[in-house]
Design a protein around this ligand. Sequence first.
Ligand code: KG4
Ligand code: ZN
Length: 342
Amino acid sequence: MLILGIETSCDDTSAAVVEDGLHIRSNVISSQIKEHSAFGGIVPEIAARKHVESIGVIIEKALDEAGVSYQDLDAIGVTARHGLLRSIVVGAAAAKSLAYSLDIPLVGIHHIEGHIYSNCLEHGDKLAFPHICLTVSGGHTLLLLVRAINHYELIGRTLDDAAGEVFDKISKYLGLGFPGGPVIDRLAAEGRSDAFDFPRPMLNTDNNDFSFSGLKTAVIRAIEKAQRGGHDVSTPDVAASFQAAAVDVLVTKTVRAARAHGLSTISVCGGVAANKGLRKAFEAQSQTEGLSVFYPRLSLCTDNGAMIAGLAYHKLQDGMQSDLRLDAHANAPLGALKVLYK
Ligand code: KG4
Ligand code: ZN
């Protein structure tokens, strides 16, 4: 079964063709970073306009690279929940028009469920269920108990900023541009992680929740203090110390949640899953704790159409299908998805 997946929930315009939920025939991602970087973050109006300009071209490119035509498609999957409303609407409108004109099923997908699925897409049967999934992106930091594809239980979340958002804000404060994650990750490798003793918020609380805004404030205060004292601030040292604190909390709490549930498998997804420090820390834990930690390849960590197409296959297998009344929602909790389906 060939499914076209469309993802436009934030600043990437992406379309992909995935066969039987597993084989990626194409995954075209058009980044808008250049358009937004001057503003130090994503400008929703620009994002929506760029999606409108490129969605048709990106879909055709995805079909071309997959070596298929519109008539070969069996269904369309599209992100319809969670993200920038006007951006989601662009992808949803394209998906609905195609599903109607081709007379094939349409499946609305929750963006976060797409991220969770990215590890199933990458690793197939090797990824055991149940497992604990850490979803870390620019908009989310969630811990989930994943019992099976389509069966998730939210067990923890950030109470304030998402981890990726803090990477982006600190990068902006340091004048390092947008997005902040990749540049801080790169600089962290050149700095000393013990140069600043940044807090590890909620590290030892008796729950699976996170908090990152205090860490962000602590980093900004430390830089201000050093500057007031006339000291040069080493950007790599700040990056390394901040990243170490964020990674410490993410890894420690995820491993603790796995242990508490008697599980030895962890999956990590979302843009921050690309972070080298995070991967290294999980690697170290997996050796000492006997855990298996799974990540998708980098192009499946950040937003992409393949994860949407892949999950749409399983939704269809489970009898879930949207109709042409499919609407877009900027904020929707996981589990509110049922409203999408007939
Ligand atoms: O999943 P994603 O593409 O979009 C959202 O759904 O938010 O994630 C984007 C986020 C941004 O905050 C970006 O700074 C972060 O992922 N990110 C990283 C890295 N690469 C991307 N954060 C830390 N280290 C990285 N290497
Ligand atoms: Zn995302």
